[in-house]
Unconditional design. Sequence first.
Length: 389
Amino acid sequence: MEKIQDSYPPGLWAVVYKNAFTLRRQSRKRRRKLSRFFKRFTESAAALPDAAVVVGQNGDVGWSNPAAADLLGVTWPQAAGRNLVQLVRDPVFKEYLEAAQQDRPLEFPSPVDQTKILSAYTTPFGKKHQRLLIARDITRTYYVDRMRRDFIANASHELRTPLTVIRGFLEVWDSQEQISQNQSRPVELMLDQTRRMEGTIDDMLTLSRLEYGDEPISEATVPMPALLDSIVKEAAALSGDNGHVISVDIEDDRNLKGDAAKLREAISNLVFNAVRHTPPRTTIRIIWSPCDDGAQLIVEDSGEGIPARHIPRLTERFYRVDPGRSRDSGGTGLGLAIVRQVLERHDAELQISSSIGAGSTFTCIFPENRVVAPNEDDRIAGMDSKTAG
């Protein structure tokens, strides 16, 4: 150091040489620091069990870690600059990667080993419109979940037949005129429990079919005013002497494109839940209105409200805020799980908000591509529905 400084030319040039030497020394330190950082980054990326691929704006591979070779067949640096969909040849993966928005992870078989099931999602990365693709091996979880669904579906089918037989005999027994007073009450209770079990099994079978996606979603036009009017009539009958005040506000004359039967089941679940779980003579509002993303269906009640800690779990199977009360009201604990599955099949989402003492609001948001303009018959039905509301 001293020797270099001693060799500086005298005068003004000494300052120039000294600054140049200082910059050179700092540059060497930065290079060593960057080298250590890059080494740590590559070691960390190599240790990741998940595949990681940096994808450019045009779908070209900018970088990948070693796990990407094992799971996706994307090897670095051989894959540099190549289009990812040409390396991972799967039409579903191609459609997912090219979609403008990915709301949920994609599950698909690994192109390297078809027995492996991968879950992939992308997230924005860097400042050049790049994305980071993460793919994880979920084979074990996938097949465990499939076994669970198979068990539920098979058990439900096996239980349905004997329950139907038992209910049939109980109904015959209950209809006999010579049945004694001591027998009448037990038979009535057995019938109630049998019907409740049948309702649970029906919901389990419905949820199983929705999860498997065995039944294709219809792309028919569903007239919303007529559908809501029909559901309100059924809800009023369910309320009976409880006298719930149920109103419908049609603020959007457009309809939905989808499966009428499944949409009816989802919406009726929301409305019937409001009837079952709110005090008598409270108000229930159903609103069909436009929103920024397309259109929304809102079911508002003025009941007791739901504690905030329960809201994230409401769409889980068999989850109940108050188990005893739900059983007394005839709930199976599967209604909101069915709603969530139906909405997902229609590219929609469910939002839930609630305050203790101020009721609950369930909002189904449908994307613009699911909303269609009405024809003349639908406009007339909408006017009739507004008048009735």
